[in-house]
Design a protein around this ligand. Structure first.
Ligand code: CAA
Length: 391
């Protein structure tokens, strides 16, 4: 039985901070960002945008194409959940009017949880082919102001419908995984911003890739040359470049510069202008490949490397299905990215300071231009609303 991604759609916030603006404010050479880490813009969420409203924006165009009563589970992956007890997926379930005969749960392990949710969904469908699972990966990456991580913020949500006989990609059985208890990036319960040992985190990422790859090859007998395109978790695009170089060195593959670019560049285009979206970032990379690759990827094998600090990593593959182009939502993705409004550094700081999950009572002014928003918090309860905006 083929199981995989039947529909996929991505959403981000309606605002961004350019790294040129950021560099001018901090008196840093802009090329440190555009070349050194390979980033141009960071999507910035206004105070009335959180992972639930982002997820609703990502999922709604998928739900319009199907009978939502068929959704048997919502698996919501996030590092930036909105409640310690109630799953962000249940807020989403209410906001989108999903059926009561549905299971909803939140998945967490830093940026890895999206891959875990996808793998769980494929397992559920292999056990019962009637299942249709909505997988969401949504995050708002936030670091302290004036730390090295500040330039690698961003946000986004990816919604994926996982079914039998998928129209986009069939996920192949067999994957390589690796876990190690390390402190490279973490966020204690009392903090809204992540703490990170930046340089160490890049080393652990690459080390995890090598271990996950070893396990993947043992499990599947596939080699580097069996894979046509490589999607990586992308905290910043230079990380994907370092990852691909590491994999080439590890496997001893013979790859020209043109081949290197063909294998990786299309999958970095969106991440470069959206920034880090933690659990969603790997799937933003996949969507970027589908929307931006010059040639059709029909029948090609795509690899996915998921890395969640702390750390858990997984390497797996899928085969692109024939006719996949017909169900892509490329124009919607491009329109949503292009219509974002630039922020000055001060406007970004104003958003940054207002978005605070410990507020007990607040009514948010309408800043979010999307179809769903966080309207306010009353007695610590979050209230969402559908706006009149089109998605
Ligand atoms: N022109 C061109 N390049 C320049 C430059 C200039 N003017 N100035 C600096 N550079 C280059 C540097 O040489 C360096 O390149 P290399 O990495 O190839 O050596 C690069 O720009 C970055 O410079 P620094 O190392 O000096 O930058 P930094 O101290 O500000 O830290 C960072 C960079 C560690 C990535 C930091 O942004 C950070 O901590 N980010 C958050 C953590 C993160 O994203 N980690 C990634 C792995 S963990 C993960 O993937 C999970 C997750 O999502 C968080």
């Amino acid at each position: 039985m083929k199981v995989g991604i039947d529909l996929i759609h991505f959403a981000t916030a309606d605002y961004y901070l350019g790294l040129d603006t950021f560099a001018a404010e901090k008196h840093i050479d802009v090329e440190k960002f555009t070349i050194g880490i390979g980033q141009e813009k960071m999507s910035i969420a206004p105070p009335d945008e959180d992972v639930v409203s982002l997820a609703a924006k990502a999922a709604a165009p998928i739900l319009r194409q199907i009978d939502t009563n068929e959704i048997s589970a919502v698996l919501f992956a996030t590092e930036t959940g909105v409640d310690q007890s109630k799953s962000a997926g249940v807020f989403l379930h209410g906001l989108l009017g999903l059926p009561n005969r549905c299971r909803v749960v939140e998945f967490k392990h830093a940026c890895y949880a999206g891959a875990a949710a996808l793998q769980m969904a494929t397992t559920m469908i292999r056990a019962n082919s009637k299942e249709k699972v909505l997988v969401i990966a949504a995050d708002i990456a936030k670091y302290d102001v004036d730390t090295s991580g500040e330039a690698t913020q961003g946000c986004g949500a990816v919604a994926m419908l996982i079914t039998e006989s998928p129209r986009i990609i069939a996920i192949e059985a067999g994957s390589g995984y690796y876990t190690d208890d390390v402190m490279d990036f973490w966020r204690p319960n009392n903090r809204t911003t992540a703490l990170v040992d930046g340089k160490y985190s890049t080393k652990v990422y690459l080390n995890s890739l090598k271990h996950a790859w070893e396990h993947f090859t043992e499990q599947t007998n596939r080699t580097f040359n069996d894979i046509d395109y490589f999607c990586y978790h992308i905290p910043f695009t230079k990380m994907a470049e370092k990852a691909h170089k590491t994999l080439i060195k590890k496997t001893g593959a013979d790859v020209t510069q043109d081949q290197f670019e063909a294998q990786t560049l299309a999958s970095q285009i969106y991440n470069r202008i959206v920034g880090n979206s933690y659990s969603a970032s790997l799937f933003v990379s996949f969507i970027s490949l589908l929307d931006n690759n010059r040639q059709s990827v029909e029948g090609k094998r795509i690899s996915f490397f998921s890395y969640g600090s702390g750390c858990v990593a997984e390497f797996f593959t899928g085969i692109m299905q024939s006719g996949y182009e017909k169900v892509l939502m490329t124009q919607e993705h491009q329109r949503k990215i292009a219509q974002r409004k630039p922020l000055s550094y001060q406007e970004y700081l104003d958003f940054y300071k207002q978005a605070d999950s410990v507020i007990e009572n607040i009514v948010y002014p309408l800043t979010n231009k999307g179809p769903y928003r966080l309207a306010g918090i009353k007695d610590h309860k979050r209230y969402y609303e559908k706006t009149n905006q089109l998605d």
